[in-house]
Design a protein around this ligand. Structure first.
Ligand code: AMP
Ligand code: ZN
Ligand code: FE
Ligand code: FE
Length: 288
């Protein structure tokens, strides 16, 4: 065993991962196999607006001994700012599947609008190419980016974002987004914990306080987008508002990319604290 998990008592998890069910490069089973290879004991599959990869991931988890937590990543608006919320430990996905499907449909309509804008800019990338890259998963800008790279209009995905697709760039189109309060409520309806993803520098005390009042359960403390200072600050804010910590690599399966599964070294103990939080809520609901 050469993975990060190492000795017992030092068990590690990764609670933020993407697969081909959204904009990841690897099928869900391959994500789990990668988790087993680096010695993780549990992962959460957190595809954008979709839980379609979870069944396959779970089956692979049973074969490899990796526990798979049902998750999703939602995009929400807080004022003018887009924030991402992870729903972790979902148990009632059927209660929210229709709404997730609505957001996935919105992603498709948005991709069509992006393609129209690109055409107006003289770039004849086709919707067919975008859909081929999406492979039936929830469509995102990375799929458009890959189609642009394939057509030779950008050297790589990063350049496609910088020139065309990124926030404020000429082919940028916003998604349909929930309010943050509605996103938190949706996660609760699905039986899960609502965790503010990669709060980074925008994870201010004021924002977290408002989200906590709306029922937020946790903060993603460890994420590759966080500096060591960010992680320390977010951990402190989590304690202040009695939110549980979470963390993950946000790995999209990209070969040679800067992120890799398991690298955030998230202790299994954090997953246990999340389950305790769920159990407390369950107990409160039974009393009420
Ligand atoms: P979307 O959900 O369609 O708005 O796409 C957001 C996804 O695009 C993120 O989850 C990242 O995977 C990816 N992404 C965002 N910004 C960039 C960037 N500058 N370069 C490469 N990928 C990016
Ligand atoms: Zn993504
Ligand atoms: Fe995100
Ligand atoms: Fe993500």
């Amino acid at each position: 065993m050469t993975g990060p998990a190492g000795a017992p008592g030092h068990r590690l998890v990764d609670l933020h991962l993407h697969s081909t069910a959204s904009d990841g490069a690897l099928p869900p089973a391959d994500v789990v196999v990668a988790a087993a290879r680096v010695g993780l004991v549990a992962i959460a599959l957190t595809d954008h607006d979709s839980v379609a990869g979870v069944a396959e991931a779970r089956a692979a988890g049973e074969r490899t001994g990796v526990r798979v937590v049902t998750g999703v990543e939602l995009s929400a608006m807080d004022g003018d700012c887009e924030v991402h919320l992870l729903g972790l430990h979902l148990t009632r996905v059927e209660a929210v599947e229709q709404r997730l499907a609505f957001f996935r449909d919105g992603r498709r309509a948005r991709a069509e609008e992006i393609v129209r804008r690109l055409a107006a800019l003289g770039i004849p990338v086709t919707m067919e190419a975008v859909l081929r890259h999406a492979g039936g998963g929830a469509i995102g800008r990375p799929h458009v980016a890959r189609a642009l790279v394939e057509g030779g209009w950008a050297a790589d995905v990063r350049e496609a974002f910088e020139r065309w697709l990124g926030n404020g760039r000429p082919a940028f189109v916003p998604k349909i987004r929930l309010t943050s309060a509605d996103a938190i409520a949706l996660v609760h309806e699905a039986g899960g914990l609502a965790v503010l993803a990669h709060p980074g520098v925008e994870g201010t005390r004021a924002r977290v306080e408002r989200f906590a009042a709306a029922g937020l359960d946790g903060l993603e403390v460890r994420h590759p987008g966080h500096s060591p200072d960010d992680a320390a600050r977010v951990a402190t804010i989590a304690e202040q508002f009695r939110l549980v910590p979470s963390g993950g690599s946000d790995w999209h399966g990209t070969p040679g990319g800067p992120r890799h599964i398991g690298t955030q070294r998230v202790p299994y103990e954090w997953l246990v604290r999340q389950e305790e939080r769920l159990a407390e809520r369950g107990a409160r609901e039974r009393v009420a």
